[in-house]
Design a protein around this ligand. Structure first.
Ligand code: ASP
Length: 296
């Protein structure tokens, strides 16, 4: 049985000087996920550990290194899906937890599929996850980015207007992380984790924790997306890519078709990674760049 694993570290206009680092982080996460597959662990474990490693890497906009909301907070989202059982676990608006993907995995194992903000945090505590402090998650790079947009626009008070204006900058850099895998039993899984978009409105949830939008897995394919979440939600990009595989396309064709659909039906940009049930991997993006790495 072929095994495969693919991770991404976001799509956008990543400056040349940061690309090697972004790629190295993807490679390290892919090797870690791959080692779990080689030890006979499930695709679900492999994607979870790969994403956890990227959440802990401050270079990405997920876990440590998450971007700030318009009002200067950190609100993280994550989702994970087992393509074999079709179980799903998602969290949104987590503020003080180091690894949202680990909490999402516990939600998957619970009777629920999606927990948000205060309730998700209570759930995490009840599962034994320790709360971290805001300074554990906040990097100087993200703080400076947030500060510079506020200095430029001279926003004294967060307004929806400011959100709209700043989100136009979305293509400049994404940094969401994700992983997809096929294990030795032929089971597929997908996971995505993010701090969201810089200057997002408090309470805003994008595609990353929404099943079928920012991630999806079934018996045919596993998909993880990154990009302007609102458009990935509107167009159900994650599920759409898996459906292309169910129709007979391979992982690469499915990824390209999903991005074509995005380009034809929305102005938002982004990318996605796909692994299919035959162990083929695929990736596509309509941004300047996407960081990704695979192990096979
Ligand atoms: N899709 C994420 C969101 O909208 C952001 C990203 O992928 O960069 O929250």
């Amino acid at each position: 049985m072929p095994m495969a694993l693919l991770v991404h570290g976001g799509a956008g206009a990543i400056p040349l000087e940061h690309r090697a680092r972004a790629h190295a982080g993807c490679q390290a996460a892919a090797s870690l996920g791959w080692s779990h597959l080689q030890q006979g662990r499930s695709a679900l474990d492999a994607v979870m550990y790969a994403v956890q490693a990227m959440e802990d890497n401050p270079d990405y906009n997920a876990g440590t290194g998450s971007c700030l909301t318009l009002d200067g907070n950190i609100e993280m989202d994550a989702g994970i899906m087992d393509g074999h059982s079709l179980q799903v676990g998602s969290v949104a608006g987590l503020e003080l937890l180091k690894n949202p993907i680990l909490v999402a995995r516990r939600v998957l194992e619970s009777p629920h599929v999606f927990l948000i903000s205060r309730g998700a945090q209570y759930f995490a505590l009840s599962q034994g996850f320790p709360l971290c402090s805001r300074s554990d998650l906040l990097t100087d790079a993200q703080y400076q980015k947030w500060l510079s947009t506020h200095e430029q626009s001279n926003h004294l008070h967060p307004t929806l207007d400011a959100f709209t204006n700043t989100s136009v900058e979305a293509d400049k850099k994404h940094g969401t992380v994700g992983a997809v895998a096929l294990d030795s039993h032929g089971h597929l899984a997908a996971a995505t984790s993010t701090g969201g978009m810089l200057n997002k409105h408090a309470g805003r949830v994008g595609d990353s924790p929404l099943v079928g939008c920012g991630f999806y897995a079934d018996q045919y394919a596993a998909v993880s997306c990154t990009g302007l979440g609102e458009d990935f939600v509107r167009l159900l990009i994650g599920q759409r890519a898996a459906a292309y595989v169910a129709q007979g396309f391979d992982a690469q064709q499915a990824a390209e078709r999903a991005i074509l659909f995005l380009s034809e039906n929305a102005t938002g940009t982004g990318g996605l990674i796909v692994v299919d049930h035959n162990g083929n991997v695929g990736s596509a993006w309509n941004t300047e760049h996407m960081s990704y790495a695979s192990a096979q």
